[in-house]
Design a binder for this molecule. Structure first.
Ligand code: RBZ
Ligand code: NIO
Length: 577
C-alpha cells in the first residue's frame, strides 16, 4: 500500500478518450434518450422527410456548385454494407447526353405501357416523365459490384446488400435536395444496360437509375402517383407486424423453459466495467466472458475453490472398430487415476483452484456403426442425472466440463456433423493421436451412422443422443442445462463438451448465456461447433487432452480476470494521497 492514506476528497477520474465516444456508462444510464437532437431540429428533420417528393418538372436555372456538392456529400454519407461505399455518382450536365437519356426513357415508357392493360397504360403515359430533359443535371447512380461479395463484411450472406447501400445513398441525396429546395426525381424507366452504356459504365458496375436534379417547377404537397390516384400511402399499421408474419402457421410455442439473464443485469455488468480505470475493451475476449459471468451474478470467492471440474467418463464399443489409437482399457486407467486426483484433468483442476467431481456415465450399448449407441430411456436417465448434477454444482461456483472416453471423438464428430450439416471429412479429427488409417475408418463409421440417422425422422436432442451420442456426452448435455437453469456459469473444454453444450442450446436456447468457451482444441470440428454457439475461445493452445484440461485453464484465466477487476481502481473512488 506504500504507506499512503486514503483521502475521501481525491478520487480517480474517468479516462476520457480523446477519440471516439467520450460518454460514460453512467451518463448513458442516467439519460438513455440523451442522444436525441433538440426538439426544433427533430421537427425540421421530420418535416423534410415528410415533404420529400419525386419531382418531375424543373426550371432551367443552374444549380450552384456548392449546393450540388452538399447534396452529393449527403449521398456519400449514407450507410453501406461493411462500409464498402459502393456508390458512384455520374453527374451529367451535357444537354446532348440528357437528351439521349430522355429518348431511352421515352422508348421504355412506350414499351412498358404496351404491356399494361389499357387503363393502366394510359395512366402511365399521362405521368410526367419530362424531367430527364428539363432538369439541368442528371445523376446516374451506379454500384461498383466488382469487389467479391465474400470480401465485404455483411455481403457474404446478403450479396445484394451493396445495391441496398446505393439505395440508401439515393434517399440521402433526395432528402438533402429537398432540404436545399431542390427537386429530385428517380427515373428507372430505362433498360439498365442502355443507361449504363450511355455513361460508359464498365462491366461489373451497374446502375440504379437516373436522378433528375434541379430547381423544381412544381412544389407538390403530396406524391404525384397518389394525386394521380395510382396508389395511396398505406396506414402504418398495414406495414408493421409485431414479432411474426401474421397468418400462416400458428407461432411455434417457445420451447425454452429457461430465461436468459435479465437484460438489465447484462447492461449493468457492462456499465460496471465502464467505471474501471481501464480502456473499454482492454481485456478483449476475456472482457466478454467476464461480463457474462457478472451478468449471471457470479463472482469468484476471495479464496477457496472457485468451482468444480465435472469429469464425465464413458465407454464406447465403437472403440473396438479401429477408430482410436488406444485400447479401451486406457480409459479405465484414466478413470482410476481421476478418482485418485492424479489424472491430467483433475490435476489441472486443482492447480487452477477447482474441486473435482468424477462421474462414471456408463457404457454405450451400441457400436454406432450398426446400431444406436444409446437407448432413448438411457438418454433420459443420463440427461436427468446430468441436470441434477449441474444444478447442484452451479451452487458451488463455476462448472468446468471435462470428459474421458476412449473412442469418443467419433460420436462427438458424428453429432457435430449432424448438428452443423458438415460432411464427415470436415467433422472427423485426429482424436487423441490417430493416424490416417484410423481417421479414414472414423470417417466411414461417421458416414454410416449419419446415414442410419438420416433414414429415420429427426427427433431432437434426445433422438440425436440416442442415435449418435455416448453416455458422457448425454450426461454433460444434462449438466449444461441443469447448471444454466440454476443460474450457473459453465466453462467448456474440447469437442465433446462443445457438442453437449450445443445440444443443450438446441433444446433450450437460453442456455447459451451461461456458456464460456475455455479453449479451441485441435479437434477439427471444434471451431465450427464454437462458431455455431457464437463463442470465442479464451485460449487456443492446440490442446488435445480432453479431461477438461482446457476448461480448467480457461476458468483459471477467467477467475484471474474477475479478481483483477474487483481490485482495479474505479473512477470516482477514493485514491491514495
Ligand atoms: C491416456 C489418455 C488419456 C486421455 N484423457 C483424455 N483423453 C481424450 O482422448 C479420448 C478421445 O480420443 P479418441 O477418440 O481418439 O480415443 C477421450 O478419452 C478424451 O478425453 C485421453 C486419451 C488418452 C490416450
Ligand atoms: O479436442 C478435444 O476435445 C479432444 C481431442 C483429442 C482427444 N480428446 C479430446
Amino acid at each position: 500500500m506504500g504507506g499512503g492514506a486514503y483521502c475521501g476528497a481525491v478520487t480517480w477520474s474517468r479516462p476520457v478518450p480523446l477519440v471516439g465516444d467520450a460518454t460514460s456508462a453512467r451518463e448513458r444510464a442516467a439519460d438513455p434518450a440523451g442522444w436525441r437532437f433538440p426538439d426544433e431540429q427533430r421537427a425540421a428533420f421530420y418535416a423534410v422527410l415528410g415533404a420529400r417528393r419525386d419531382v418531375r418538372r424543373f426550371r432551367p436555372d443552374p444549380v450552384p456548385d456548392e449546393v450540388l456538392e452538399r447534396v452529393l456529400a449527403a449521398g456519400h454519407a449514407a450507410p453501406s454494407v461493411g462500409h464498402s461505399q459502393p456508390w458512384r455518382f455520374v453527374v451529367v450536365d451535357d444537354p446532348a447526353v440528357r437528351e439521349r437519356a430522355a429518348v431511352l426513357a421515352d422508348r421504355e415508357r412506350l414499351a412498358q405501357a404496351a404491356q399494361l392493360d389499357e387503363e393502366s397504360g394510359r395512366r402511365l403515359l399521362d405521368l410526367q416523365l419530362e424531367g430527364v430533359r428539363e432538369a439541368p443535371l442528371g445523376v446516374v447512380v451506379a454500384c461498383d459490384r466488382r469487389a467479391p461479395a465474400a470480401g465485404v463484411l455483411g455481403r457474404a450472406t446478403f450479396p445484394d446488400a451493396d445495391l441496398w447501400s446505393c439505395a440508401c445513398a439515393i434517399e440521402n441525396l433526395w432528402l438533402a435536395a429537398r432540404a436545399e429546395g431542390l427537386g429530385l426525381g428517380w427515373v428507372t424507366l430505362f433498360g439498365p444496360h442502355d443507361l449504363a452504356g450511355l455513361v460508359g459504365l464498365p462491366e461489373g458496375v451497374v446502375t440504379l437509375g437516373w436522378l433528375c436534379l434541379g430547381w423544381p417547377d412544381e412544389r407538390p404537397p403530396a406524391p404525384g402517383l397518389e394525386r394521380a390516384a395510382w396508389s395511396a400511402r398505406l396506414p402504418l399499421s398495414d406495414v408493421v407486424v409485431r414479432g411474426r408474419w401474421p397468418g400462416g402457421d400458428a407461432p411455434a410455442a417457445p420451447r425454452s423453459r429457461l430465461r436468459a439473464p435479465d437484460q438489465e443485469a447484462v447492461v449493468a455488468a457492462r456499465d460496471s466495467a465502464d467505471d474501471l480505470l481501464a480502456a473499454p475493451g482492454a481485456l478483449g475476449v476475456l472482457e466478454r466472458a467476464a461480463d457474462r459471468a457478472t451478468a449471471l451474478g457470479w463472482a469468484p470467492p476471495q479464496d477457496g475453490p472457485s468451482g468444480t471440474l465435472l469429469l464425465a467418463v464413458g465407454r464406447h464399443p465403437v472403440a473396438a472398430l479401429g477408430v482410436t489409437a488406444y485400447e479401451p482399457q486406457v480409459g479405465d486407467d484414466v478413470l482410476a487415476a481421476a478418482r485418485e486426483g492424479v489424472a491430467l484433468g483433475p490435476a489441472t483442476a486443482r492447480a487452477a483452484g477447482l474441486s473435482v467431481e468424477v462421474v462414471d456415465a456408463g457404457t454405450a450399448t451400441g457400436d454406432l456403426l450398426s446400431s444406436d449407441p444409446l437407448e432413448p430411456d438411457e438418454v433420459d436417465r443420463l440427461l436427468a442425472h446430468g441436470r441434477e448434477l449441474g444444478a447442484r454444482l452451479a451452487g458451488l461456483g463455476l462448472v468446468a466440463l471435462g470428459e474421458v472416453g476412449i473412442g469418443n471423438t467419433t460420436p462427438a464428430a458424428a453429432l457435430a456433423a449432424a448438428l452443423l450439416g458438415l460432411p464427415p471429412e470436415q467433422a472427423v479429427g485426429q482424436g487423441s493421436g490417430s493416424d490416417t488409417g484410423i481417421v479414414e475408418r472414423k470417417r466411414e463409421v461417421v458416414a454410416t451412422a449419419l446415414d442410419r440417422y438420416a433414414s429415420r425422422p429427426a427427433a431432437g436432442t434426445r433422438g440425436l443422443l440416442a442415435a449418435l451420442g455416448g453416455p458422457e456426452i448425454a450426461l454433460l448435455c444434462g449438466v449444461v442445462t441443469g447448471a444454466a437453469g440454476a443460474g450457473g456459469l459453465v466453462v467448456l473444454d474440447g469437442l465433446a463438451t462443445g457438442v453437449a453444450a450445443l445440444l443443450a442450446v438446441e433444446d433450450e436456447p437460453a442456455v447459451a448465456a451461461a456458456l464460456v468457451a475455455g479453449q479451441r482444441s485441435r479437434e477439427q470440428a471444434h471451431a465450427a461447433v464454437l462458431a455455431r454457439l457464437g463463442l470465442e475461445p479464451l485460449l487456443d493452445l492446440r490442446l488435445r487432452a480432453g479431461e477438461g484440461v482446457g476448461a480448467c485453464l480457461g476458468a483459471q484465466l477467467l477467475v484471474t480476470t474477475l479478481r483483477a477487476r474487483r481490485s482495479t481502481a474505479r473512477t470516482g473512488s477514493a485514491r491514495l494521497q
